[in-house]
Design a protein around this ligand. Structure first.
Ligand code: ZZB
Length: 261
């Protein structure tokens, strides 16, 4: 499984993260949240970025020369160390340790996204710590899981310890499909999904959304509007890496939790 990791630069840490981090982050360091995605063409519609509230994360050195750091799980950081994504081959340098809930509320910059003032780190309880970087780009227009979690967070912001405006972003349509241009919402309603815990219909919705988007989708937003999703995926992926806004990360075989599990 090869993911594109998009670099979302931290603009302001949550109060809790500031407390935990203290003076562990070097001066002028750039720290990135790096959601792992199979769908780089959807970066335009990222409304927030998810972490698992109970998942353990670290801050790891990505490049000492560039003073760049990433937030990821220790597992992902170890894998990255064998893909030239660390200070040296197999070298993992961790400078801080946090739990997902500490990170909630942090403001990050989302490159190419429609939301220019930055987006927030928010909790996703169904997020798996065993996949990718355990940091997920929330694209509620095209991902049924993200749409479900967005609705849940909007319903109970106090319960989740977040501000309502962090999750109340307008959902911008990105991709036209035979089922309309907000496929996640359409499938959520069609399959009678009620919450992020409805794992079975959500898995089905994800499958359908992937297929319709990839084989029959046309971009209606961004630099590649008018192009097919297949073309746009390659072009956006290339643009992001050319501009230093993303890198590829491969998940070793056998460690990936099956999509239909
Ligand atoms: C943005 C995005 C936009 C995604 C979309 C999907 C869709 P797969 O096929 O199971 O490997 N993801 C990544 N890591 C995790 C995790 N640790 N826990 C839960 N979800 C995770 O799924 C890869 C996709 O699952 C990734 O691509 C990411 O969400 C999410 F419009 O990134 B995606 C129809 C799906 N649409």
């Amino acid at each position: 499984q090869e993911y594109t990791c998009v670099k979302l630069q931290t603009l302001e840490w949550s109060d809790r993260a500031k407390e935990v981090l203290g003076d562990k982050i070097p001066k002028d360091a750039k720290v990135y949240f790096i959601p792992a995605t199979l769908r780089p063409e959807t970066v335009y519609g990222m409304t927030c970025c998810f972490v698992g509230p109970k998942v353990n994360y670290g801050v790891f050195s990505l490049s000492p020369e560039k003073n760049e750091y990433i937030v990821a799980t220790p597992r992902a950081a170890r894998n990255m160390a064998y893909q030239a994504l660390s200070p040296g081959w197999g070298v993992v340098t961790q400078i801080a340790e946090l739990v997902g809930s500490d990170l909630v509320g942090t403001l990050v910059n989302a490159p190419l996204s429609a939301y220019k003032d930055g987006i927030r780190i928010l909790p996703m309880e169904s997020l798996k710590d065993s996949k990718g970087t355990a940091v997920v780009a929330c694209v509620p227009s095209d991902s049924p899981d993200d749409y479900a979690t967005t609705l849940e967070l909007q319903k109970k912001p106090d319960y989740f310890g977040i501000k309502k405006e962090w999750v109340d972003k307008e959902i911008v349509p990105l991709i036209e499909t035979p089922k309309g241009n907000l496929i996640a919402k359409t499938l959520y309603e069609e399959l009678g999904i009620n919450s992020p815990k409805d794992a079975k219909p959500l898995a089905e919705a994800k499958e359908v959304a992937y297929k319709l988007g990839f084989y029959q989708g046309t971009m209606i937003f961004g630099d590649y509007a008018g192009k097919s999703v297949q073309e746009a995926r390659t072009l956006v992926g290339k643009q992001l890496s050319d501009e230093g806004l993303a890198f590829k990360y491969a998940e070793p075989d056998g460690l990936v939790v099956s999509r239909s599990a």
